[in-house]
Write a protein that binds this ligand. Structure first.
Ligand code: NAP
Length: 255
């Protein structure tokens, strides 16, 4: 892909203060987009990402919003509109959830995880699409995970929420493609971010086992995901519609 293919575009990446979202924000800025760095708790981390984007030469703003609350999503988009007047790319990346096995999932765990990981994406898309329609161009990328189709330890309610994200991606893709708004999802394998430290496992052992089992013999990095996100935003990918793109170094191919 040539550099600066996203000149004059504005991208909102939820949960871009750290981890995979941060890498996507920096990569889309490298491609010429101005960036909304959305976050919840870590203001200093979000401000660091804004500074890194400004150093690249793009505009960026950090906006705090709890995606569990509908009125906070409304306020987030009000601020995006007043700051940039547009939102051409939406990346539904932020996620939360309590590590639980399926029989231990309570109503509270269900509501919390589904609201943040799945319902917030629909709410954000419903605010993004009118802005994309105005420009006659849009890209929506949702971040899923292998737990949508595989049974992973302590991952039950998060896996369920990711199954919703993948089904929603297909429904949105068919609905929005006639408007030149292209929707896809990315499903990364294990990425060593803060998120994986939340699980009650021996992390170093899991990293070693995952690395050894992966055909490419390394873990997926946030930058691996970010480069594919940038490709999905490019015109070269405009006929890739409603797909769940796996980035796992071949891990999921093995029996
Ligand atoms: N890491 C992996 O192995 C892996 C594998 C497959 C898929 N994924 C998916 O990739 C995405 C990013 O994961 P990650 O590992 O980069 O996560 P991470 O490092 O834990 O970052 C999570 C981000 O989401 C934000 N966030 C969390 N809860 C929020 C809420 N209620 N409202 C608003 N923002 C919220 C956080 O903001 P603060 O910084 O302010 O807290 C942070 O920016 C997620 O969808 C995850 O399911 C990850």
């Amino acid at each position: 892909m040539t550099e600066n293919t996203l000149n004059n575009k504005v991208a909102l990446i939820t949960g871009s203060s750290r981890g995979i979202g941060r890498a996507i924000a920096l990569e889309l800025a490298q491609q010429g987009a101005d960036i909304v760095v959305h976050y919840l708790r870590k203001t200093s981390a979000a401000e660091e990402v804004v500074a890194a984007i400004e150093a690249i030469g793009q505009r960026a703003v950090a906006i705090k919003a709890n995606l569990a609350e509908a009125n906070k999503i409304e306020a987030l988009f009000d601020e995006v509109e007043s700051t940039f007047g547009r939102c051409d790319i939406f990346v539904g990346n932020a996620a939360s959830g309590t590590p639980k096995d399926i029989m231990d999932v309570s109503d509270k765990h269900w509501d919390w995880t589904m609201d943040i990981n799945a319902r917030s994406i629909l709410r954000c898309v419903q605010r993004s699409v009118p802005l994309m329609e105005k420009e006659g161009w849009g890209r929506i990328i949702n971040i899923s995970s292998p737990g949508s189709t595989k049974v992973l330890p302590h991952y039950a309610v998060i896996g369920l929420s990711k199954a919703v994200v993948e089904a929603m991606t297909r429904y949105l893709a068919v609905d929005l493609a006639p408007k030149s708004i292209i929707v896809n999802a990315i499903s990364p394998g294990m990425v060593n971010t803060d998120a994986v430290t939340a699980f009650p496992v021996d992390l170093q052992t899991v990293i070693k086992q995952t690395t050894e089992r992966t055909p490419t013999r390394r873990l997926v990095t946030p930058e691996d995901v970010a480069r594919v996100a940038a490709f999905l935003c490019s015109d070269a990918a405009s006929m890739v519609v409603g797909q769940i793109i796996t980035i796992d170094g071949g891990y999921g191919l093995l029996a």
